[in-house]
Design a protein around this ligand. Structure first.
Ligand code: PLP
Length: 598
């Protein structure tokens, strides 16, 4: 059997029981039961499940681990965290997040004006930090948020932003918000998103600029508002060493500024970077959350002691760690490409080319002991027959017979081999893959796979009491050859050989709650999947909330600025009444495939 690495990536969020993947929480519903309840309501196509209890679990883990480490080291500073909205701004995610974080005073981070509006509206009394490039209007928004009573820190990315803060303070006579300084560290991060840190980073002030900023603050009597030093060395750090270096660097900058007279400077904001496990094959992160938190506290404590300054409060902005596990995408399999290669489709002639006759013999005579040898022979024969077709020596019927026979032989061989020759199967995988066509869009739902080949755990949500025997590549329904997750022999994905005429088969994609839905693209005009929040009532029963159906075609067209009345008028004019009525019904469907098993 194959557990698809859930011990590696799932953090006990899911379990396999009775051949089904189940949520390891409350009444432990199987994912297939959730899928079925949604599909009963006639929502077809891909489904995105959000699990708010998993958001809460991660927030609690973060606070509990830091609280323990603070106690362990008798650290005097406090621990604070904010969620970076860029990782997921959707209300169906953000509202449960705010609710789950309230007991810890968990705040929000905004990186643009639109995100700042979300934070100003929905944040309760928790801290708000603001990163990213800011114009005068955005800085003014920060002043207004402060006036509303928010505990807000504008983190400057350059000296010009400080100058604007000084201007806005003078012009509006409003009390300034807290000011933070993003430092451009010499040390950069590790992992796929390491570019955010380092001396050539797009963000932050150099040491010369920090000293200049401090002078400006003093000259304008604003030193009391300087409260925070900030850095972010990149998302998803798979090694902890760069963090340690960055902590030392920023810790000393903090201490130096304190000793210069920045009396209200009280916090170091370490940005994000906490990784989660995306691999289902081997562990790729070389630290634990406990180690991460202990390193932060230990390093900052030592520097504070060395430089004789108070121990700073700690802020973190981890978003991936909080959100990734909270969403799961489930897509129905529409087709297995080899399904068309069935014996009933053979058109054998009275006299066939010798290689076809041989294939037919191999198929009939195959036994367990010769299965492997016959399978290799059939692959060679198919190669030769395809060449003969190109040279004009065999016809289309022969070619079709060759393809069907070779596929039948491979399937028969796998059924023999599956018992005890799995290793051999692995060795020859490249030649005998099955292609699974799924009703979803990789561009919309796994943009990081398309953009940077980010791995995500993938597994079927049923059939888990059976051995998966087909090495699989996954195809989406976009008309784009990039819409494929190719079989990778170094990270082999095996799926089940199913007959879709008789049973349904759904594939889950995990850890998709960070960045994926907000970065998703409407390539081919496939919009977001149908989404739903899975909650539990006081009797531990599942309640499906906020079902948001995938966008209707008419709305997708309107979103890209088509005049939909014009579209309807043109089509109406060209069609009779009855046909137009059907067409209008289709226009109000979503764009994913709908019929039969979709
Ligand atoms: N804070 C800042 C300033 C960021 O740029 C980012 C992401 O790049 C984050 C926090 C979130 O980091 P992560 O994705 O590692 O949670």
């Amino acid at each position: 059997l194959n557990d698809f690495g859930i011990d590696i990536w799932s953090n006990n969020n899911f379990i396999i029981e009775e051949g089904k993947l189940k949520l390891n929480y409350k009444s432990k519903p199987s994912l297939i039961s959730l899928v079925n309840s949604i599909r009963k309501k006639d929502y077809k196509g891909p489904l995105l499940f959000r699990f708010p209890h998993l958001i809460e679990k991660q927030i609690d883990r973060l606070y509990d681990t830091y609280t323990k480490a603070i106690k362990e080291y008798s650290y005097k500073g406090s621990f604070n965290a904010v969620f970076p909205l860029k990782v997921n701004q959707y209300p169906t995610f953000v509202k449960p997040l705010i609710k789950a974080g309230q007991k810890h005073n968990y705040g929000l981070e905004a990186g643009s004006k639109a995100e700042l509006f979300i934070a100003m509206t929905y944040n309760k009394n928790a801290p708000i930090t603001v990163n990213g490039f800011k114009d005068k209007e955005m800085i003014h928004l920060g002043f207004i948020a402060k006036k509303m009573g928010h505990n807000i820190t504008l983190i400057i990315e350059g000296l010009n932003e400080l100058e604007t803060i000084i201007d806005v303070a003078k012009e509006t006579k409003l009390q300034p918000p807290n000011i933070g300084v993003r430092v451009r560290l010499f040390n950069s991060g590790s992992g796929a998103w390491a570019k955010s840190g380092g001396i050539d980073s797009k963000f932050g002030l150099s040491s010369t600029e920090i000293l200049e900023a401090y002078d400006q603050l003093e000259k304008n009597n604003l030193c009391e508002y300087l409260t925070m030093i900030h850095f972010h060395i990149g998302s998803s750090m798979n090694s902890i060493k760069p963090l340690k270096n960055a902590l030392k660097e920023s810790g000393h900058i903090y201490a130096e500024l304190k000793n210069l007279g920045a009396t209200n400077l009280s916090a170091i904001n370490i940005g994000g970077g906490l990784a989660i496990e995306y691999s289902q094959f081997n562990r790729t992160i070389n630290y634990s959350l406990h180690e991460f938190a202990s390193d932060v506290i230990f390093t900052l404590k030592n520097i504070a002691k060395q430089k004789g300054v108070e121990e700073p409060n700690i802020f973190t902005e981890s978003g991936r760690f909080i959100s990734a596990s909270s969403a799961v995408l489930i897509a129905p399999v529409l087709e297995l490409f080899s399904a068309e290669y069935e014996a009933v489709h053979l058109r054998l002639k009275k006299k066939n080319p010798p290689l076809i006759e041989e294939l037919n013999e191999l198929y009939k005579d195959m036994k367990k002991k010769n299965a492997l040898e016959y399978m290799h022979d059939s692959i060679d024969h198919l190669d030769s027959l395809l060449k003969l077709f190109d040279l004009g020596y065999i016809d289309l019927e022969d070619r079709s017979n060759a393809e069907i026979l070779a596929n039948l032989i491979i399937k028969k061989a796998i059924s023999f081999l599956e018992v005890d020759d799995y290793e051999e199967l692995k060795r020859i995988d490249n030649k005998i893959q099955e292609k699974y066509l799924l009703n979803f869009s990789i561009f919309q739902s796994l943009p990081d796979f398309w953009g940077i080949k980010q791995e995500f755990p993938i597994m079927p949500i049923t059939h888990l009491d059976k051995k998966p025997t087909r090495s699989a590549s996954i195809w989406d329904i976009t008309c784009d050859s990039d819409g494929e997750i190719e079989f990778d022999p170094t990270k082999p994905l095996y799926l089940h050989d199913v007959n879709l005429d008789e049973e349904e088969y759904f594939i889950g994609f995990f850890q998709v709650g960070a960045y994926q839905d907000v970065l998703g693209m409407k390539h081919n005009l496939f919009s977001h999947p149908t989404e739903v929040n899975v909650l539990f009532n006081e009797n531990d029963e599942v309640e499906l909330e906020h079902i948001i159906e995938s966008q209707k075609i008419i709305d997708i067209l309107e979103d890209i600025d088509y005049d939909t009345n014009e579209i309807k008028a043109i089509l109406n004019e060209k069609l009779d009444k009855d046909t137009y009525a059907i067409l209008e019904k289709y226009l109000y469907d979503n764009s994913y495939l709908k019929t039969t098993w979709s």
